[in-house]
Design a protein around this ligand. Structure first.
Ligand SMILES: [Zn+2]
Length: 284
């Protein structure tokens, strides 16, 4: 009996070691892929915001124009090795390059931990890359390009058609249709409120791109998740504005790019919003 327990314990400890190794490997690869995607997306987004073709030509230093080699393009690692400076002209590498690489890595790891290895994870990894691109173009050029919104739509359509990944909580086609209509109601109501308020305030309160993004996200998320997303985005916007004011970089009067808040709030809602959503639905 003791021998049997001993063997079972050994098997359990071996299994645990395999599980730990699998977990570390998953986090490692998601970090690497996320950082690479973040770097690539930042380069494409800064070109797009500057009115250039996003994928034209190789990466160059923005200060001296020198074409960068592979050793200069390793996400995070190159930045650390070159101490945040260009190897050729010693000018400072913009901090948003590093921020985008880190954001990509963190987003991919959080999604990987939430979904595990499944096709839904792939859908959300592609969506996260597009949301990062959208947040960066909004940050660089205060614009949410329709092309990125269209790609987000196509990504959702592909995974829905191929794998029938429905909205959370919808098992049948009827449930999916009802849930989609309810989700689309959230940005519709918001659009009506914004338009009415803008008529009275006689100035733009929310960009058209932000509303369009919410309509696209309505195809990914349930209506409760969308409400939570809006709440988190407003909270983030407020926190960033206060932080900016404290650092003396922005004033509260200057509108922050809301697309950044919406993209970040979407990922937070997907990865960590479930307990709040379940608590709310449990009230009825
Ligand atoms: Zn340079």
């Amino acid at each position: 009996m003791l021998l049997f327990h001993g063997k079972a314990n050994i098997r359990m400890s071996i299994l645990k070691k395999y599980m730990d190794a699998y977990q570390y490997l998953k986090i490692f690869w998601l970090t690497v892929i996320g950082a690479v995607v973040g770097s690539f997306v930042n380069c494409a987004a800064s070109r797009l915001a500057a009115g250039q073709k996003p994928f034209a030509g190789r990466s160059c230093c923005t200060a001296c124009g020198q074409q960068l080699a592979a050793r200069d393009l390793m996400p995070v690692v190159s930045y650390v090795l070159n101490r945040g400076k260009c190897r050729f002209c010693a000018s400072k590498i913009p901090g948003d390059c590093l921020a985008a690489e880190l954001a990509g890595a963190v987003a991919f790891v959080c999604l990987g931990q939430h979904f595990g290895l499944c096709w839904e994870l792939v859908q959300w990894l592609v969506a996260a890359a597009l949301l990062l691109a959208l947040a960066l173009t909004d940050w660089h050029g205060r614009i949410i390009p329709d092309k990125i919104l269209l790609l987000l739509l196509i990504n959702r359509a592909i995974w829905f058609a191929l794998l029938e990944i429905p909205l959370p909580g919808a098992q049948t086609l009827t449930e999916w249709l009802c849930n989609s209509l309810l989700s689309l109601l959230v940005p519709s109501i918001l659009l009506a409120i914004v338009l009415l308020t803008e008529i009275f305030a006689e100035r733009e309160l929310m960009g058209g791109g932000d509303i369009k993004l919410l309509f696209v996200l309505a195809l990914y998320l349930s209506w409760v998740q969308l409400v939570l997303l809006l709440f988190i985005a407003c909270l983030l916007g407020l926190l960033l504005a206060v932080l900016g004011l404290a650092l003396g970089q922005r004033s509260l009067a200057e509108p922050l790019p809301f697309g950044v808040d919406l993209a970040l709030a979407a990922l937070l809602t997907v990865c960590y919003g479930a307990p709040l959503v379940n608590w709310y639905l449990g009230l009825f």
